[in-house]
Design a protein around this ligand. Structure first.
Ligand SMILES: [Zn+2]
Length: 245
């Protein structure tokens, strides 16, 4: 029997553009993995300053509010820490500087699994994907590969003592079906409670529309509540040892 206490926890890093993005796209999954012992972290790239159209809103205050909301939501899901990069909300670009910052974080935390959005998604049914979501996802995917595992890329990070790191799996968040479906039946209420922390942005009400979303994602797979991902496997799991004949 293996001694569970000596097994290092699975390390997961979710990289997103805005405060509240992780709760919408992976809140139930993050809570599930955390409950199974994973060390889950989030990186939020922008400061959330564009999260209000009210001309009387103090936007500096909004930045502080949204950071606090994101920390509270992460805590609800058992996420260990949130890193805020502070880029301007609404005009994000997948620059080399952003790629370098994400590479630095990946080499520091050394996650097994990185979760981010879909950089190719311009449209979802009925709406246009926010350009910040695409930019964040493009920079994150590029940081996962080739930047993080390739020694000569960003030599200045080596000078900081940050050795190359190979992420094992990249999870791309998806809406709807046709993807890896994670059963969030045990954590759907946690996801709703986490979304409830983003008071300046969203009102989950009694949570029924969030349950409906999750039910739609799980329907084809026969799962009550789900979140969907496309998984890119970068390091295959070792095959289990063969059963003795
Ligand atoms: Zn967003």
């Amino acid at each position: 029997m293996s001694d569970q206490s000596t097994t290092p926890p699975l390390v997961v890093l979710g990289i997103f553009a805005h405060p509240d993005d992780p709760e919408f796209s992976m809140g139930g999954t993050a809570a599930l993995w955390a409950s199974q012992g994973a060390a889950v972290y989030y990186c939020i790239i922008t400061n959330g300053r564009a999260g209000s159209n009210d001309p009387t809103q103090d936007l500096d205050e909004l930045v502080r509010i949204r950071e606090a909301e994101q920390r509270a939501a992460a805590q609800v899901c058992g996420v260990r820490d949130v890193f805020f990069l502070g880029y301007e909300d609404g005009t994000l670009e997948p620059t080399i500087a952003l790629r370098r910052e994400l590479t630095r974080l990946i080499r520091r935390l050394r996650p097994d699994r990185v979760v981010t959005g879909d950089p190719t998604a311009f449209f979802y049914e009925g709406y246009i994907n926010h350009a910040d979501h695409r930019a964040a996802a493009e920079a994150a995917v590029t940081a996962v590969f080739p930047s993080a595992p390739t020694r000569p890329i960003f030599p200045e990070l080596l000078a900081e003592g940050l050795e190359p790191h190979q992420v094992k799996q990249l999870y791309i968040t998806q809406l709807g079906e046709g993807a890896l479906i994670v059963d969030i039946g045990t954590t759907i209420e946690t996801k709703i409670e986490a979304l409830r922390q983003h008071r300046s942005q969203v009102d989950p009400g009694d949570g029924s529309w969030i349950r409906e979303w999750a039910a739609g994602t799980g329907r084809a797979a026969g799962i009550a509540y789900a979140e969907g991902f496309r998984v890119v496997t970068l390091v295959p799991e070792p095959a289990p040892p063969a059963e003795p004949a």
